[in-house]
Design a protein around this ligand. Structure first.
Ligand code: NAI
Ligand code: MG
Length: 332
């Protein structure tokens, strides 16, 4: 029996190109895994009336990890439709979103960056409880001690395994009740981890510091909305969406995905950059306890980005397939 069960969800658009590419690379790397494929997203919603069919949730729950492509969400309201990724994050209780940003040999990348944003993944403003009273609209931001504590603990433990520096990013000066609860709870959790350097940073100042001196940061932990925004900023500092990976983790389950979406503007052309998904697969290998394979995979990505061939988004001319074959040669 294979050591790991990996559930692959291609989703829509370029998800159908980058997931098969990542699978080929994982197979060439020699990962001892059984791959199980499952459907999710807009296309399956149109066909079957559900963006995450029951058997997909079962397959995701039964697997040791999920590797997710990307799904399309319509920008208009569609009766009965919900976002596949938000549903999976909730159903699998994936409470922390890890978004590493690391300098690589790609155009426009700021040198010396090696940080991880840990984004609380279940609450904050993203509970999406909105109301409107005439010309006034109100949104709730929910912060709980339990969700803040578990994400805080995870971030502190991650920092302890890295360079030992944790920045708690917040806006407690303006929102002392909600952001204040998050800040004080995370600081309590961080204080339990010996040897950490912990500082709190107000989110707007943090944005400025990231642009001017991202190399100064190791692990940053923050509420949902701030993490969504600042992790796109750090992706922008380190080469853009084509190379930005992420992991959603909980107590029992884990799902790894590129930060980018289904890229309908280039879908079906065979030109999508699979790097973000392959780097997400490397994070997945770490999660599965396959650190040595993860390092080999990252090294192959770094060498390929350095020496070429490169995909179009990084100024090259390589197709998804050509780039994937170059990766396969380096990991085999
Ligand atoms: P997007 O990330 O799909 O695309 C933004 C830009 O980056 C486009 O120009 C695209 O061509 C380029 N790009 C993205 N991935 C690339 C890759 N692998 N290689 C080369 N270029 C790449 O964001 P957009 O256009 O705002 O959203 C498109 C759809 O994706 C929407 O339906 C949105 O809801 C969905 N989406 C899904 C996400 C997910 O499944 N987790 C995350 C973000 C968006
Ligand atoms: Mg985002």
């Amino acid at each position: 029996m294979a050591k790991h069960t990996i559930c692959l969800i291609e989703g829509d658009g370029v998800g159908r190109e980058v997931i098969p590419a990542a699978r080929r690379v994982l197979e060439a790397l020699g990962v001892d895994a059984e791959f199980v494929s499952a459907e999710a997203g807009w296309e399956v919603f149109e066909r079957r009336g559900a963006s995450v069919p029951g058997e997909t949730l079962d397959a995701a729950r039964a697997a040791d990890a999920v590797l997710f492509g990307a799904t399309t969400s319509p920008s208009r309201r569609v009766e009965g439709f919900f976002s596949a990724i938000r549903y999976l994050r909730r159903e699998l209780d994936l409470f922390a979103n890890l978004r590493p940003a690391r300098s690589r040999a790609v155009p426009g990348c700021v040198p010396g960056v090696d940080l991880v944003i840990v984004r609380e993944n279940t609450e904050g403003l993203y509970v999406a409880q909105e109301r409107r009273y005439g010309d006034t609209a109100i949104a709730d931001a929910v912060i709980t001690r339990s969700a803040s504590a578990r994400v805080g603990r995870l971030a502190a433990e991650l920092a302890a395994r890295r360079r030992g520096d944790l920045a708690v990013v917040h806006k407690a000066n303006v929102l002392p009740v909600t952001q204040g609860l998050f800040l004080s709870t995370v600081l309590e959790e961080a204080a339990r981890v010996p040897g950490l350097r912990v500082r709190d940073v107000i989110v707007d100042a943090c944005a400025m510091h990231l642009v001017r001196d991202a190399a100064h940061f190791d692990v940053l932990v923050m509420t949902n909305l701030f993490g969504d925004i600042l992790s796109d900023l750090t992706a922008g500092l380190t080469g853009g969406l084509g190379v930005a990976p992420s992991g959603n983790v909980g107590e029992r389950h884990a799902l790894f995905e590129s930060v980018h979406g289904s890229a309908p503007d280039i879908a079906g052309q065979g030109v999508a950059n699979p790097t973000a998904t392959v780097l997400s697969a490397a994070m997945m290998l770490d999660h599965l306890g396959e650190g040595a394979l993860a390092r080999r995979l990252e090294a192959a990505v770094d060498a390929t980005l350095q020496e070429g061939p490169r995909t179009r988004d990084l100024g090259g001319e390589a197709s998804t397939d050509t780039f994937t074959q170059a990766l396969i040669r380096r990991v085999s």
